[in-house]
Design a protein around this ligand. Structure first.
Ligand SMILES: Cc1ncc(COP(=O)(O)O)c(C=O)c1O
Length: 484
């Protein structure tokens, strides 16, 4: 496919001026003197027309799931039906205030309550909190629950065990709660039961499992893992961010897990990425219900309320009740698909992944044998002439495809993690496989020079992390100007 991205010399919004934009006069006599600004604020002054053109120009230089195939492994960049966005944007839904009295937000609470119930069924858990704002935040919440649970039982447990196939946020979240991390090596891409059995002890607080793991492999011995960990007195934590691989087929509850988080912004139709907002609800078994963050939406007779009366609650983990707009999209998505539809979504995610894997295996290494769930990891380690996986990824942009995730997971050398998702057609998968094969066979000098057709050429991978420019003020300073 020939692809060429738009390229505009679009200034920053602060640098744009607009003669038609008029300052809106503020009737200063209506405001208390202390609240009236001495100086006009330093915010962009654009009229609607120029504002729209500015953002449309920027969007044309970007790539999103609405522009094309976006097989970013681990991130589930699937196409999300617009109906969910439309429902979440309805005035009645988007203009409610979390401080409104309970009597005025009965519908909102009903939706939150029903979503909690539906997610409890999907995960096989006893109760759910919608508060956490992201997957990692859900993990952090789950680890706080773990700590509170062991403290309540007078247990001094300081270790969290994980396999080396876990998602990177898992150890980070546990460490933030103060746990020591014990990583065990995997065997053929799965948890090594012997290594686990020798790692557990009376210090084990929890075992965290990303399942399917970062290789896209489902852990077939999850219940044996649960037996080992439970026998040692630890809790089982399920990273359910990859739930789109197993919905309706099995559940963390059935597999013997005690705590799980979901990523509504991956599996349940809110676009992932761009800094949010997201939602990482946490489900727990009945025995842990009393530790959930307060409040949770509850039902009494025909009415709904916010239940703050949770005896061992870890407290709040989010302002008010969580990201309501994301709840509504997940609620709409689940109701529009129904139980059968969700199961079919998972079946399709797994089918697409294995179909694409079979195509890619013909021209790239795909370590670890056997079927995958929703994603798989290829390797560019045998590429020649100083060509690296990064070069393939950059060149794919010139062919009109967003690059897959590269250099993650760390256990595969020169990794390329591909998640086609359930929403893509066979034609798209065939087209992508053809493009990747072409790229693999292109001359090294072309690959090293890619991307050529994108609005931005190759950027330094480390610069943005080392040299943070987070605001316009920092940008001016970086440019050598003065701070404003
Ligand atoms: C398996 C897995 N766990 C956890 C996370 C973290 O989720 P978040 O980015 O919302 O914090 C992700 C993110 O994609 C993930 O793929």
């Amino acid at each position: 496919m020939s692809y060429r991205q738009a390229k505009h010399d679009e200034p920053l919004i602060y640098e744009l001026t607009c003669d038609d934009a008029k300052e809106i006069p503020i009737p200063s006599d209506l405001l208390p003197e202390g609240l009236v600004r001495k100086q006009t604020p330093n915010i962009p002054g654009l009229c609607e027309r120029d504002l729209v053109r500015h953002f449309v120009a920027l969007s044309q230089m970007n790539f999103g799931v609405d522009s094309g195939f976006y097989p970013l492994g681990s991130c589930t960049m699937k196409y999300n039906p617009k109906i969910n966005e439309e429902i979440a944007a309805l005035t009645k839904a988007s203009t409610i205030h979390p401080g409104q009295p309970i009597s005025q937000i009965q519908g909102t609470l009903q939706i939150m309550y029903e979503l909690q119930e539906m997610l409890a069924i999907i995960t096989g858990m006893g109760a759910v909190s919608l508060q956490p704002a992201a997957g990692a935040h859900g993990e952090f919440t789950g680890m706080l629950i773990t700590r509170a649970y062991h403290e309540k039982h007078g247990q001094d447990r300081n270790q969290v065990i994980l396999p080396d196939t876990s998602h990177g946020t898992n150890p980070a979240s546990a460490a933030m709660v103060g746990y020591d991390i014990l990583t065990i090596p995997s065997k053929e891409g799965k948890v090594d039961l012997d290594a686990l059995a020798s790692a557990v002890s009376d210090k084990t607080a929890a075992f965290m499992l990303t399942n399917p793991n970062t290789l896209g492999i489902f852990e077939p011995e999850a219940d044996d893992i649960a037996d080992i960990v439970h026998e040692a007195g630890g809790l089982m934590y399920y990273d359910g961010a990859n739930m789109n691989a197993i919905m309706g087929k099995t559940s963390p509850g059935k597999l013997g897990f005690d705590i799980v988080h979901l990523n509504l912004h991956k599996t349940f139709a809110t676009p992932h990425g761009g800094g949010g907002p997201g939602s990482g609800p946490v489900g727990v078994i009945k025995e842990l219900e009393n530790f959930l963050p307060a409040p949770v939406a509850a039902k009494c007779g025909d009415g709904y309320y916010l239940n703050y009366d949770i005896p061992d609650t870890i407290g709040k983990v989010h302002g008010f009740h969580g990201n309501w707009g994301v709840f509504l999209k997940a609620y709409t998505y689940i109701l529009s698909l129904g139980a059968d539809g969700l199961t079919q979504a998972s079946e399709r995610a797994v089918l697409n992944s294995n179909y694409l894997r079979a195509l890619v295996e013909k021209f790239m290494d795909v370590p670890y044998p056997g079927l995958r769930k929703h994603e798989f990891v290829a390797s560019g380690s045998s590429l020649e002439n100083d060509v690296r996986t990064m070069d393939l990824a950059k060149r794919l942009i010139d062919h009109g495809y967003h690059p897959p995730t590269v250099y993650f997971p760390l256990i595969v050398d020169e990794s390329m993690m591909i998640e086609p998702t359930e929403t893509e057609s066979k034609a798209t998968l065939d087209g992508f496989a053809r493009a990747l094969e072409n790229v693999v066979n292109e001359p090294a000098e072309v690959l090293h020079d890619a991307p050529r057709n994108a609005s931005v050429r190759r950027v330094s991978e480390a610069e943005a992390a080392k040299n943070l420019i987070l605001s316009y003020k920092d940008y001016l300073e970086f440019q050598g100007g003065s701070r404003v």
